[in-house]
Design a protein. Structure first.
Length: 392
C-alpha cells in the first residue's frame, strides 16, 4: 500500500513522537511504501510548559523518508499536506492534543478530494487534563475518519461514544528509550542489583520515570513512601505546573529526608537504561491511565513493577508474579505495596518472575492491525467487540 503517516517525530520528545516514527518504520518493514509527514511547529508553547524538542540531542528514533512541512500557525501547510496525500491509499493521522484538531480536519478534508482511507491513531481519545471544547473537537475529528485505532478497550468505548464509525484495538508495541537491551544485559543488571541490596540491607530503590503530571501520581508515591522507611525514591522527569510543585514540596518533608532524589528535567533516551539499572522497581502510581509501554520497558530491563489498577496495567502486570498491583488514588494501598517490596525474599521472587519481552512481533501485529483498519478488515463496528492485537 501507498501510505502517508502524519504525526510528530524528532526533534520532538516523548513517547508519541517515538511511537509515530517507529510506526512508519514498521509499516515500511511490512513492505508498504511509506512517507512520514511531521511538524516543524507542533502546537502553541502555552500548551506545553517546557521545551517541546529534545534539548540539543541526537535523534532517539529516525525514519529516512521524513518531511516536516506542517505548522500549527500556518493553515496553508495543512491544506498542502492533505492535497499531496490524495494519491495515497491510506492516510494515518496521529492526534496528540485536541488543539491540533482544526489543522487535522483541514488536512483530511483536502485529502478527501482524492480517495485515501483515513485512520486516526489516537493515543488518548480524551486528554488527561480536560480542556474547554476538547470533547467537541475530538468528536469532530473522530467522525471525519474511516476508522480509529486505539490501544485499550476502555479507549475503544470512548471512541464509540464520540461517534466512531469503526474502532480497532491494538496493544501498544514497545519503543524503548535507549534501544533494546543487549543480550545478557538484563541478567547482569539483576546481579548488580542483588549485590547492591546485600550492601544496603532493607533498602529498596524505586524509580518514577516520566513527566510529572497529576494523573501520573508521583505525589501519591512520595506520600506513601513516608510511611515505609526502607524505600528510596527517585523522581526523574520534567515538572508540569502544580504537579511538579507538589513533588518538590514533598521532597522537603522531614519524613522523607535523604530518601528522595528529584531529577527534574528531560531524561535523554540514552540515560534511561542507566537509571533503570540503578533501581529495583519501576513505580506507575497513576490516578488514571489509558495505555503505556512503561511496564514493557521495566520488564525488558528485568524490573518488577508497582502499578495501580488503571488502563492497561492490570493486563500487563501479574500481582505477586512480576509486580504488585494496588488500587488507584489510594496512598494507603501504595504504602502496603511498597512494604511488600521491602521484603527481600518477595522482591527476589518478583524479579525472577519478570517475563522476557518480545520486542519484534508486537510491531508486526501492530502494522497489520493498522493496515487492516485502513482496509476496513476486522475493525469493530460497535461498542462491544474490539479487535485486539496482542503484544505477547
Amino acid at each position: 500500500m501507498r501510505i502517508v503517516v502524519v504525526g510528530p517525530t524528532h526533534p520532538y520528545k516523548g513517547g508519541v513522537a517515538a511511537h509515530t516514527t517507529r510506526t512508519a518504520q514498521a509499516l515500511a518493514d511490512a513492505g508498504h511504501d511509506v512517507d512520514l509527514v511531521s511538524w516543524s511547529r507542533l502546537y502553541p508553547a502555552v500548551l506545553y510548559p517546557g521545551e517541546q524538542a529534545v534539548p540539543a540531542g541526537e535523534p532517539e528514533f529516525e525514519y529516512e523518508r521524513t518531511s516536516r512541512p506542517l505548522r500549527w500557525d500556518r493553515p496553508p501547510s495543512w491544506w498542502r499536506v492533505g492535497r499531496d496525500a490524495r494519491s495515497t491509499e491510506l492516510l494515518v493521522v496521529t492526534v496528540v492534543v485536541p488543539a491540533q484538531v482544526p489543522a487535522l480536519l483541514a488536512l483530511i478534508r483536502a485529502a478527501r478530494r482524492g480517495a485515501p482511507r483515513v485512520v486516526l491513531l489516537a493515543h488518548n481519545v480524551a486528554p488527561h487534563e480536560s480542556h474547554p471544547g476538547a470533547r467537541w473537537l475530538m468528536t469532530r475529528l473522530i467522525k471525519a475518519v474511516d476508522a480509529v485505532l486505539v490501544h485499550s478497550a476502555q479507549m475503544a468505548q470512548e471512541a464509540h461514544a464520540l461517534g466512531a464509525r469503526a474502532v480497532t484495538v491494538a496493544a501498544l508495541p514497545p519503543h524503548l528509550p535507549g534501544g533494546d537491551p543487549a543480550p545478557g544485559e538484563r541478567a547482569e543488571q539483576a546481579r548488580r542489583r542483588r549485590e547492591r541490596r546485600e550492601r544496603e540491607p532493607g533498602v529498596v530503590r524505586v524509580l518514577f520515570l516520566g513527566m510529572i503530571r497529576r494523573y501520573k501520581g508521583a505525589d501519591l508515591l512520595l506520600e506513601a513512601a513516608r510511611d515505609v522507611p526502607g524505600v528510596r525514591v527517585t523522581v526523574a522527569g520534567e515538572h508540569w505546573g502544580r504537579a511538579g510543585e507538589r513533588v518538590a514540596a514533598l521532597e522537603a518533608d522531614p519524613a522523607l529526608a535523604q530518601r528522595v532524589v528529584r531529577r527534574a528535567g528531560y531524561v535523554p533516551a540514552g540515560q534511561v537504561p542507566v537509571l533503570l539499572a540503578e533501581h529495583d522497581v519501576l513505580a506507575l502510581p497513576y490516578r488514571h491511565a489509558t495505555a503505556s509501554q512503561n511496564v514493557l520497558l521495566a520488564h525488558a530491563h528485568g524490573l518488577p513493577v508497582l502499578a495501580t489498577r488503571v488502563g492497561t496495567f492490570p493486563g500487563q502486570v501479574t500481582d505477586g508474579v512480576d509486580g504488585v498491583l494496588v488500587a488507584p488514588d489510594d496512598v494507603g494501598a501504595l504504602a502496603a505495596g511498597l512494604r511488600r517490596l521491602t521484603d527481600p525474599a518477595e522482591l527476589a521472587r518478583l524479579e525472577d518472575g519478570v517475563p522476557d519481552v518480545d520486542l519484534v512481533t508486537p510491531w508486526r501485529v501492530y502494522a497489520a492491525a493498522l493496515t487492516g483498519a485502513g482496509l476496513g478488515h476486522g475493525a469493530d463496528a460497535g461498542p462491544r467487540r474490539d479487535n485486539v492485537g496482542s503484544s505477547s
